[in-house]
Design a protein around this ligand. Sequence first.
Ligand code: GUN
Length: 296
Amino acid sequence: MPARIISGTEIASQIREEIRKEVAYLKEKYQVIPGLVTIIVGKNPASVSYVTAKQKTAHELGFYSVQENMEENISEEALLNVIMKYNGDPLVHGILVQLPLPAHINESKVLYTINPEKDVDGFHPVNIGRLMIGDARFYPCTPYGIQQLLIRSNIRIEGAEVVVVGRSNIVGKPIAMMLCQKAKGANATVTICHTGTKDLSFHTRHADILIVAAGKPKSITADMVKDGATVIDVGVNRIGVTPEGKARLCGDVDFEGVKEKASAITPVPGGVGPMTITMLMLNTIKAAKLTRRLQG
Ligand code: GUN
């Protein structure tokens, strides 16, 4: 039987309804409007489309939102000054610098400059450290979205064999760390595979939950997947243009083949992508409460 499709679009829209209620509550009770600034350097088409989608969602949900478009050749010092300006701006609760950055800018220096209480991406070392010791403040948005997709689709994480393909700081490492915590919606046995893994399919074939963030189109095929597994595809690969002029996307998983083997699978687009943006909004609300020292 073909797999159940886990719709990130539907689950994200449920969470957005919850966010709308929370925004109304914060406004009425505390006169607080969650504020998000997104900073983009240069005009990388994928980055521009992500940041535009983030801004659009923030706007639709009634946030105060600002987009800073910086020239590709902006100096590192000028970028750090912009971040510090927003660190001190009481209307801004969340600061996101879209990655990747041009080669002349030190990414770590930029991420370390963001006030950890406004780090809605969860990339600051303080927040990564807190995540690792099981005292997370902000979960990075894509891993947070993946965990919510699993929980809200009633996929059992506790005790599951989880295999993560990819060890990026944005997805692979944080999702592995989140799912192995001794906590609800976690407590799994987690394996991380990467380009140094000797026999990838040996590992993937043992996964009850297979999370693929490898950055290689259709690299996971049906023969690499256990019968009845849940497959989460984080890949977003541009493989051409649709007749309507939009980017044609595919994931890191061979969807057509794998859906015949898995019991549940996320599509691309419409799977993890919409969740990532929604979790950024949830983190911004959390940051608003944190920086204003609000309860609840
Ligand atoms: N580039 C790709 N994914 C992300 C993300 O989640 N946050 C930021 N800031 N940049 C990214």
